[in-house]
Design a protein around this ligand. Structure first.
Ligand SMILES: Cc1cc2nc3c(=O)[nH]c(=O)nc-3n(C[C@H](O)[C@H](O)[C@H](O)COP(=O)(O)OP(=O)(O)OC[C@H]3O[C@@H](n4cnc5c(N)ncnc54)[C@H](O)[C@@H]3O)c2cc1C
Ligand SMILES: NC(=O)c1ccc[n+]([C@@H]2O[C@H](COP(=O)([O-])OP(=O)(O)OC[C@H]3O[C@@H](n4cnc5c(N)ncnc54)[C@H](O)[C@@H]3O)[C@@H](O)[C@H]2O)c1
Length: 478
């Protein structure tokens, strides 16, 4: 007989599974780090608390433009950091304690690896090893930042050098630098560049692609890039080739960066934000029958079952969509399938939305216009500028009108089916505004008539959706 009915490795999204319906299961939850995983401890939640803090700083600085006597007088970084990370640490500790108190759950703190079929040996944080056998194993082991090979980085001690950071450590900086470099113009790089710029740090952002957020719809990526480049130093099509200690090399003077555009820059902090990889390589999967793909993702079927009997995987460990709402959805699928093995449900990856929580916000779902032009024979594009609606106009700069702010909703529909195939928003509250469009996509609601079938509150920002849907209606009718 196995020690456990279920062993869950990874207490990020994995920690959602064992609710009260599992009270009569013998369960072990293993994690090498704090409970809550990436999202709570070093991802979505603290980064959005920093984003909000940055917005407050930017709003204070912007007051005089509106005739309001505010000013931004600088950041008390230790106070900001300790408020945010203090709340995070308390929450993570509470999560672990809550599970440990339950009679049927053992919390095992340490790094797990396979030593046999559904057998895991844990290198315990407290020292020593413990081997666990289980009837079922859930792998919710997430992902970690990739540190690119850069000349000189290893000699400096890599991401362990006090001035070199990834998203794992940047939110716990000792002090705000006067100047920092962010390598990478994806989600992490763009969100943090925006936060640190708003807090008064001089930011240099280096991206090897020709635009920031280069996987977004091109028009949106270009608008975002233009907005960022107005505020901080953005170098596109550029690589960081070499890094060395500045000054006497003792570390206190920061880093000297050599870029392939020929320039040399000195910064106090370097943030490496060049992507993430799954943690499957930490599990000793060789010989277990658990397959991984070329990107290191654990291979799962539509029920989230891995290729070995009794093993499931979810979230960043296995998903092509490394986003928390996807990990949550997949955790609910695994939860259901553990409880109801005879009536399993499938994961739905049809319309996965995503949002970038920077200024301006970006939100998207479905195909980009570039992809849709390849895939959809008769593509119809509807759009509305925020500035063409009452609330959008009210939020604009006095000397800008409509298109100039680059805040826009763009909708893509297939004339043959009358359905939305893509939605792209850039502007205030984009992550909220996209939701009714997701509903139409998920429920297969034809776009014709969607604008006229309901009221749109005036003068709410949702009127920009009404405008884009009406435009789409017109194009579909034309
Ligand atoms: C800075 C940042 C901001 C983000 N913002 C957003 C956002 O706004 N919206 C969004 O949707 N997504 C966001 N994400 C992505 C999101 O955080 C992840 O998609 C999500 O947390 C993945 O959850 P998970 O449960 O799969 O993995 P994780 O939360 O990473 O959990 C995996 C857990 O497994 C443990 N583990 C790994 N290997 C082992 C082992 N061998 N033994 C024991 N334990 C192990 C780890 O310690 C960890 O606790 C962000 C990510 C980052 C880095
Ligand atoms: N708001 C959100 O939902 C959110 C926020 C943060 C992170 N995340 C998740 O975390 C994942 C990782 O984010 P990320 O920003 O690290 O990765 P990313 O893949 O989004 O972006 C990495 C960027 O770095 C660039 N790059 C790679 N190597 C480079 C180099 N050597 N020099 C210069 N540029 C280089 C790439 O071209 C790319 O633009 C995301 O895919 C996302 O799933 C989500």
């Amino acid at each position: 007989m196995s020690d456990y009915d279920l062993v869950i490795v990874g207490a990020g999204s994995g920690n959602m599974i064992a609710d009260h319906r599992f009270d009569d299961w013998r369960i072990a939850i293993v994690d090498a780090g704090p409970f809550g995983g990436t999202c709570l401890n070093r991802g979505c939640i603290p980064s959005k608390m920093y984003a909000h803090t940055g917005e407050v700083a930017a709003t204070a600085a912007d007051g005089p433009r509106l005739g309001v006597r505010t000013s931004y007088d600088g950041a008390d970084w230790p106070a900001i950091r300790d408020r945010i990370m203090g709340r995070i640490d308390e929450n993570a500790a509470g999560g672990r304690d809550g599970q440990a108190k339950r009679d049927n759950i053992d919390v095992v703190v340490g790094e797990a690896r396979f030593t046999g079929p559904r057998t895991l040996t844990v290198d315990l944080e407290a020292g020593g090893e413990r081997t666990l056998t289980a009837d079922r194993v859930v792998l919710a082991t997430g992902s970690r930042p990739v540190v690119p090979p850069i000349d000189g980085l290893e000699e400096l001690g890599g991401a362990d050098h006090g001035c070199v950071h990834t998203s794992d450590s940047i939110m716990r900086l000792d002090a705000l630098p006067q100047r920092m470099a962010v390598v990478g113009g994806g989600y992490v790089g763009s969100e943090f560049a925006d936060v640190f710029h708003s807090l008064g740090v001089e930011v240099l952002q280096v991206e090897s692609a020709e635009r920031l957020l280069s996987t977004q719809d091109r028009e949106v990526a270009d608008l975002f890039t233009a907005s960022a480049a107005e505020r901080w130093d953005v170098r596109l099509g550029t690589q960081l080739t070499r890094v060395e200690a500045a000054g006497d090399g003792a570390g206190g003077d920061g880093l000297r960066l050599h870029l392939d555009d020929g320039s040399t820059e000195t910064v106090g902090v370097l943030l490496l934000a060049t992507g993430r990889r799954p943690n499957s390589d930490r599990l000793d999967l060789d010989g277990t029958g658990i397959d991984v793909d070329d990107a290191g993702r654990i291979v799962v079927d539509a029920h989230q079952r891995a290729t070995a009997d009794g093993v499931w995987a979810l979230g960043d460990a296995s998903s092509p969509f490394p986003l928390k709402h996807v990990a949550n959805h997949e955790a609910r699928v695994v939860q259901h399938n553990l409880l109801h093995p005879d009536a399993p449900v499938e994961t739905d990856h049809r319309f996965v939305p995503q949002a970038v929580f920077a200024s301006p916000q970006v939100a998207a779902a479905g195909l980009t216009e570039e992809q849709a032009r390849e895939e959809v024979a008769d593509l119809v594009v509807g759009r509305a500028e925020y500035g063409a609606t009452a609330h959008g106009w009210a939020l604009e700069e006095d000397d800008r009108h409509g298109e100039a702010t680059g805040h826009v909703v763009k909708l893509l529909a297939d004339r043959a089916t009358g359905l939305l195939v893509g939605a792209h928003l850039i502007g205030p509250q984009a992550s909220v505004l996209i939701q009714p469009l997701l509903q139409a996509m998920a429920l297969g609601t034809p776009v014709a008539g969607l604008a006229r079938a309901q009221y749109w509150i005036h003068p709410a920002l949702t009127e920009v959706l009404e405008g884009a849907l009406l435009d789409l209606d017109e194009q579909l009718a034309g």
